[in-house]
Design a protein around this ligand. Structure first.
Ligand code: AG3
Length: 281
């Protein structure tokens, strides 16, 4: 392998690049859905890339995974049945399963190769695949939500960007089906893209969920390796408001690396430029 092969990069909007030096390419293969790579770096730790899009790095994955899971799970008074769509690295399941109220967590990941590569090379996130409350299915999440007869308290959509097989995960048919499999007080949280690079995706997600759910909003967090650094989750809820109905006292002594009650509330402060757009939808 020549030295240039050890550089990897993610291109943003076709004209900006985040380029980083890898010490080792630990895994690189083509699945039926995408190119899957795990690389070792000095500063980010191990990095998972799908089709050259950075999914996670060991150094800061805790922020994303704590925020996708604990915000809705501490908002809901008694989350028991959870569905994760995507999330093949295992980090979201790891955080979900920290909640003692959980009875069953279904996880539907389309790509077996992502799960296998992470089990082998990123044990930091792939720790819960054998947990007795986790039921992992390798199948298409879009079809799963269309055909499922289950009812969930919380659905988490831990997807990549709206490219390739993930495109339908950002569409209105998918969200109608998610609405239908949620209980009457259910909550959905979805990977919501960047307010700087992907405003059209954010707008379209918000438009879809605003029509279906009485409560729909973005919350934000910082990320080292995603385009623009500021990243979002979309939360849509049938009953509970993420700030007004959030009870700080519900949070036990459980200590997290990023999530805490102030972060929960603060994350829902929306930048004015985004607010302006949301109001017009
Ligand atoms: N999923 C990827 C989030 C989007 C990243 N986008 C990008 N780098 N352009 C993260 C999966 C974590 N379980």
């Amino acid at each position: 392998m020549t030295e240039t092969n050890l550089w990897r990069h993610e291109a943003y909007a076709q004209n900006v690049i985040l380029k980083f030096l890898c010490k080792k390419i630990l895994f690189s293969d083509q699945s039926p859905y995408q190119k899957v790579e795990v690389v070792e770096t000095d500063y980010f730790g191990r990095v998972l890339l799908n089709d050259d899009i950075i999914m996670i790095c060991e150094k800061d994955e805790f922020v994303y995974h704590e925020m996708i899971a604990h915000v809705p799970l501490f908002l809901h008074p008694n989350p028991e049945n959870i569905l994760i769509i995507g999330g093949g690295d295992g980090g979201t399941a790891r955080e979900v399963l920290k909640h003692p109220s959980i009875k069953l967590c279904h996880m539907v990941e389309i790509d077996q190769m992502v799960v296998d590569a992470c089990k082998l090379h990123i044990p930091q996130t792939a720790v819960s695949f054998l947990h007795p409350k986790l039921d992992l299915k390798i199948e298409d999440g879009v079809k799963f939500v269309q055909n499922s007869n289950e009812k969930y308290d919380v659905v988490l959509i831990d997807s990549t960007d709206p490219v390739g097989p993930a495109v339908p995960l950002f569409g209105d048919t998918f969200y109608k089906n998610v609405f239908n499999i949620l209980k009457d007080d259910g909550i959905v949280v979805a990977q919501g893209e960047s307010p700087f690079y992907n405003l059209p995706s954010q707008k379209s997600l918000m438009k879809i969920t605003k029509k279906l759910f009485p409560i729909s909003c973005f919350y934000h967090f910082g990320n080292m390796t995603y385009p623009g650094g500021l990243w979002s989750f979309l939360l849509a809820s049938k009953q509970y408001h993420p700030v007004k109905d959030f009870q700080k006292s519900k949070i036990p002594q459980m200590k997290f690396q990023y999530y805490n009650p102030d972060i929960h509330i603060g994350a829902f402060a929306t930048p004015s430029f985004l607010n302006k757009i949301i109001q017009t939808l």
